[in-house]
Design a protein around this ligand. Structure first.
Ligand code: ATP
Ligand code: MG
Ligand code: FE
Length: 335
């Protein structure tokens, strides 16, 4: 099975070709970060315009790199949601037009299902499993008993982990997106500042990061008023330790309660060095549970992950039609 994946949910225009759900023939990503940087975040209207300019070029490049033509493609998988509506529409319409013109089946994919399925490009999935999803817009623990089945057992009640990273980075005057900069600073500093951890109610798998973000801002302001200086690398290290502590502890609890065989890390924040090594050391001690962490290029937005999830859905018989629309608030459990 050869699947063309298309992803335009946020600020990456991406297309990829995947063979048999696991083999990457091509994976092309055109990032718009430079265009959004001066605004300190993604500007939806600018994102849509860039997608319109890039989409045809990126798809052609993906086919060329994979050395395939439309006659070789068995299905076109596209991100239907969640994301920015104007951005999603560019990918959905390109996918529908190509599917119609070439008579190729269409499959709609949930963006977060894509992040989770990035793991299938490097390892076999062993069910039941839990995925820790940490991205710019989502932070959740997803239980999967089989392919294509997603149960959200916990999620953030306010900010996503990536959002918290980006907001803290902004208060430290670091460029957008701030996650990688905080990660780098954190490696150079010591977690000497006391910052809160939102455990929430006993037994809850939900998350909350807005209190931590406010605590970081308050710590900075208070120090400023007292004329004291705080080393940004120590603040970054303290913030990162607080985020990782909660993520790792809740994941370990869920693994025990749900008796899973595998843990998959997913989403842009999965690129975080501190999180990757904290999970690696925690799971090194746990026999019978395998930890999978995708390489950096498959953590942040890409279309290989959309094609990987799309292949599984296609093989299960899922089909989109020409009435497919963009769904900015699409629910993963409704897949
Ligand atoms: P979603 O997937 O929820 O729709 P998104 O697609 O915008 O949101 P991703 O592209 O998956 O998010 O991830 C981007 C986020 O990952 C940004 O918030 C960015 O700061 C964060 N990020 C990237 N690298 C790192 C890192 N090394 N450490 C921490 N955060 C990181
Ligand atoms: Mg992005
Ligand atoms: Fe994403």
């Amino acid at each position: 099975t050869i699947v063309l994946g298309i992803e335009t949910s946020c600020d990456e225009t991406a297309a990829a070709v995947i063979k048999n759900g696991t083999e990457i023939l091509s994976n092309v990503v055109a990032s718009q970060i430079e265009s959004h940087k001066r605004f300190g975040g993604v500007v939806p209207e600018i994102a849509s315009r860039h997608h319109v300019e890039q989409i045809t070029i990126v798809i052609e490049e993906a086919l060329k790199e994979a050395s395939v033509g439309f006659s070789d493609i068995d299905a076109i998988a596209v991100t239907e949601g969640p994301g920015l509506v104007g951005a999603l529409l560019v990918g959905v319409n390109a996918a529908k037009a190509l599917a119609f013109a070439h008579g190729i089946p269409l499959v709609g994919v949930h963006h977060i299902a894509g992040h989770i399925y990035a793991n299938r490009l490097i390892a076999d999935m062993k069910f039941p499993l839990i995925s820790l999803v940490v991205s710019g817009g989502h932070t959740e623990l997803v239980y999967m008993k089989e392919h294509g089945s997603f149960e959200v057992i916990g999620e953030t009640r306010d900010d996503a982990a990536g959002e918290a990273y980006d907001k803290v980075a902004r208060t430290l005057n670091l460029p957008y997106p701030g996650g990688p900069h905080i990660d780098r600073l954190a490696q150079e500093g010591q977690p000497t500042l006391k910052l809160p951890r939102a455990w929430l109610e006993e037994g809850s798998y939900d998350f909350s990061f807005s209190g931590l973000k406010s605590a970081v801002i308050n710590t900075l302001h208070n120090a400023e008023q007292r004329g004291e200086t705080i080393e940004p690398q120590d603040l970054a290290a303290s913030f990162q330790e607080s985020v990782i502590d909660v993520l790792v502890t809740k994941t370990l609890k869920a693994v025990e309660e749900y008796k899973v065989n595998q843990v998959l890390l997913a989403g842009g924040v999965a690129a975080n060095k501190g999180l990757r090594s904290a999970l690696e050391s925690a799971f090194a001690e746990i026999k019978d549970v395998e930890l999978i962490i995708p390489p950096l290029a498959l953590c942040t937005d890409n279309a290989a992950m959309i094609a990987a999830a799309g292949t599984v859905l296609f093989e299960k018989g899922n089909r989109g039609n020409y009435a497919m629309n963009a769904h900015p608030g699409l629910d993963i459990e409704s897949m």
